[in-house]
Design a protein around this ligand. Structure first.
Ligand SMILES: *Cc1c(COP(=O)(O)O)cnc(C)c1O
Length: 374
């Protein structure tokens, strides 16, 4: 360790920084796999910074591969995509910081509204006509206008004509990840009822869209006029029915490796004792970088083609890996997750080890981790 601190070595000791590399070919491949199961246009959903993979990076890859729309949850995200040169239609729903009607008009961002109150506010704010999608609650009870308020929503939308133009109607499926069309039947019926009521109110024609990744992959009855694909683009199929390709590789350096005797305590709480003489290698990522702290045993990383177990508690900035007989040089590269299988863990494995879903793994990667694109 002392040699590492010597000034003459410092300039020689640059390591491979912890890096999340987004794999744009995988995004394209995933888009093609969705395309193969549907005839309708595809909206690439790039909210939450493209599920942690970089909103602009994923959006560009998806559009280059044929995605017709982009979806986000805030007008500011949409503006960022426009400023990056993306010209396809963009829809923003949820809008938790409110709707900047002027920015939406200037940057041609469609807005989804999910309540009478939100629609009223938007109509009041709209100086230039805005393209609006009416979001109906199709069974989620989390967003979207509840069924008993649909007539009032449609009445307001009609009155707001000139300031807003209703161009779409959307819903969301609460149970599509079950992969069973029967679980979607009630929502599909609601969506049809909503579409028909919108048309009866004289608000058509409208683009109808309901399905996200699971619905798109498992139930054609949910496709309507467009499907909205987020998780699927980055290789996550919540229904676990379709093989998709992991769209990122997370690597981090070994910062230290040492031979220790049997019975050596590792990390906070001495939660692990080595059961034999072995090498322990410290990898420079921890829970502040998105390594889940609550890992089941069996969690590991890949180094030089071998899966090595993580031992002891996850620290804020580091994990310790038992590399057995392998003494690793400082700077050896560990792969936390990536596509490709073999010794390289997948995001899905990390989700199992942490008792969570793959989405939280990829959206939880910290800002300290550098981003790159391949
Ligand atoms: C996030 C989101 C999607 C995308 O869902 P995935 O399962 O990630 O494809 C689609 N629609 C809405 C309303 C969403 O919030």
């Amino acid at each position: 360790m002392t040699t590492l601190l010597a000034p003459e070595r410092a300039s020689l000791s640059r390591l491979h920084a912890p890096t999340l590399c987004t794999l744009t070919d995988a995004v394209a491949e995933n888009l093609h796999r969705v395309r193969a199961v549907t005839t309708v246009p595809i909206m690439a959903v790039v909210k939450a910074d493209g599920y942690g993979h970089g909103a602009v990076t994923v959006a560009r890859a998806a559009v280059a591969a044929g995605a017709e729309w982009l979806g986000v949850t805030d007008v500011a995200e949409a503006v960022m995509l426009r400023e990056a040169g993306l010209t396809v239609p963009i829809l923003s729903w949820l809008n938790p910081s409110g709707i900047d009607a002027e920015a939406a008009a200037v940057h041609r961002v469609d807005i989804a509204v999910g309540s009478v109150e939100e629609l009223g506010q938007l109509i009041a704010d709209a100086a230039d006509p805005l393209r609006v999608h009416l979001q109906l609650d199709t069974g989620m009870t989390r967003g979207g206008c509840p069924l008993d308020e649909w007539p009032e929503l449609f009445r307001r939308a009609r009155l707001g004509r000139g300031r807003i133009e209703v161009v779409g109607v959307m819903g969301h499926l609460p149970r599509a990840d079950e992969g069973d069309p029967a679980a979607n039947a009630a929502a599909v019926l609601r969506m049809r009822q909503g579409r028909d009521a919108v048309l009866r109110a004289g608000l058509g024609p409208v683009l109808v869209h309901l399905a996200a990744t699971s619905g798109a992959l498992t139930d054609p009855a949910t496709h309507f006029g467009m499907v909205r694909i987020g998780a699927g683009l980055v290789g996550i199929d919540p229904s676990e029915t379709t093989a998709l390709v992991g769209a990122s590789r997370w690597t981090a350096p070994v910062v230290h490796s040492a031979l220790v005797p049997a019975g050596t305590a590792v990390g906070y709480g001495a939660a692990h004792l080595t059961d034999r003489e072995t090498h322990l290698s410290v990898v420079g990522v921890g829970y502040a970088d998105g390594i889940p702290r609550e890992l089941a045993s069996g969690a590991g990383v890949e180094i030089d083609g071998v899966r090595h177990p993580i031992v002891g508690r996850v620290s804020m900035d580091q994990i310790v890996v038992d590399t057995g007989s392998a003494h690793l040089p400082r700077g050896a590269v560990a792969t936390v997750f990536g596509p490709g299988g073999g010794a390289v863990p997948s995001v899905q494995e990390w989700a199992r080890w942490a008792g969570t879903i793959p989405h939280t793994v990829v959206t939880g990667i910290g800002t300290r981790v550098q981003r790159s694109v391949a």
